[in-house]
Design a protein around this ligand. Structure first.
Ligand SMILES: *Cc1c(COP(=O)(O)O)cnc(C)c1O
Ligand code: SF4
Length: 361
């Protein structure tokens, strides 16, 4: 057995095991773990420094999960946008393909909390084949995002077979993997895994760091292995109360990610998912995060801040009000709050301008 498999096997799945270690009463948490699975492997558990810290909040069940009277079960309407089981086709040219129901850790704030790690998420050869058939018969899909659960919890051979199946479809241009494994079980990124993955370029991987304490040497090594075989790495964070709802923490995280060759891609406003209401922040706080980044640090460190629209409308970007007036006089506010004017009235008519633009190239 490989190290990552041993770590996974040694995961804590009962609150009593973890609360004993930290000296708190496990009883209130047992009911939570009945409803939503818990799994914390020894690597991620070892990142906890104290009860209630940002790592703890992401991994350890909380009573609040059972007292959420606000949020619906499937706010993004994924189930209704699934033409075949385990595939979400929301946008014209790309599809989200759920290929594994398991994760290396069950994040308490998960958007697919309704099903990951549970019995009602059935992924088998039939649903994989059904997804591949759907993608094959919809040539408009040029971008496939493998998700779950976590695709990197599949064995190398299973994942290899899925990637091979996708690459046999000529209309699939790019493949992306969405995985939290580089964060929660970086030991999974083995030389054998990356040797397999590199055969399926153009292949992208978006991971999911939420706090600077997750950027360990082990995680950095995992990301280096992926980057060294030419896989561009992006990061999708979720803005979470008590984890990273502080512009300084987010800035430190974004800057740290660049040092391990991970490009911040999205910061999500927390979805309205049942059992996660205690993690939500206001949208104003998200805008403040972007404001604290843009101009103040590398543009490379500034992701798009998005809300995944409740009801399934897709990701909608939000920006602080840099554009103060749009008209013949465009009024702009810079990162320091100073106002600037751009003369929008003297631009050449559209037709000539496009010719000029062509000349330029
Ligand atoms: C996020 C998402 C995508 C990918 O969106 P991008 O903005 O292209 O990264 C595709 N399909 C679904 C259902 C999604 O939720
Ligand atoms: S790794 Fe992703 S899918 Fe799995 S529990 Fe965490 S957020 Fe949910």
């Amino acid at each position: 057995m490989e190290i990552w498999q041993k770590l996974l096997q040694a995961s804590i799945t009962r609150p009593s095991e973890v609360t004993r270690r930290f000296g708190i009463d496990p009883r209130p948490l047992e009911a939570v773990a009945e409803r939503y699975p818990m799994r914390i492997n020894p690597y991620y558990l070892g990142l906890i420094r104290s009860v209630g810290d940002p790592i703890w909040r992401q991994a350890i069940p909380s009573e609040e999960e059972l007292h959420d009277a606000v949020c619906p079960v499937d706010p993004l309407n994924e189930e209704n946008q699934s033409p075949v089981p385990n595939l979400v086709h929301r946008y014209p040219d790309r599809a989200l393909f759920l290929v594994c129901s398991e994760c290396a850790m069950y994040c308490r704030f998960c958007t697919r909390k309704r099903k990951v790690g549970g019995e009602n998420m059935v992924i088998d050869q039939k649903s994989i084949d059904g997804g591949l058939d759907y993608i094959r018969s919809h040539p408009e899909i040029r971008d496939v995002i493998l998700s779950g659960g976590d695709p990197l919890l599949l064995s190398d051979d299973r994942l290899d077979a899925i990637l091979k199946g996708l690459r046999a479809i000529p209309t699939v241009e790019i493949i992306r993997i969405g995985s939290r494994v580089p964060v929660v079980l970086p030991q999974r990124i083995t030389p054998a895994l990356v040797r397999m993955l590199r055969r399926y370029h153009p292949l992208y991987l978006n991971t999911h760091f939420n706090h600077p304490d997750e950027v360990t040497e082990t995680a950095a090594k995992a990301c280096a292995r992926l980057a060294d075989v030419g896989i561009p790495l992006g990061n999708q964070s979720v803005l979470l109360r008590g984890v990273n709802d502080d512009p300084e923490v987010m800035k430190a995280l974004m800057q740290k990610l660049l040092t391990i060759r991970v490009k911040p891609y999205y910061i999500y406003q927390a979805d309205m998912v049942q059992g996660t209401n205690h993690f939500r922040t206001s949208v104003e706080e998200g805008l403040a995060v972007i404001q604290s980044l843009r101009g103040h640090t590398s543009g490379m460190a500034v992701p798009a801040y998005v809300i995944d629209a409740p009801g399934g409308g897709g990701k909608i970007p939000l920006l602080p009000e840099y554009l103060q007036n749009l008209g013949s006089d465009v009024v702009l506010k810079n990162y320091r709050g100073d106002l600037y004017h751009y003369d929008n009235s003297a631009a050449p008519p559209e037709e000539k301008r496009s010719v000029a633009a062509n000349d330029h190239y």
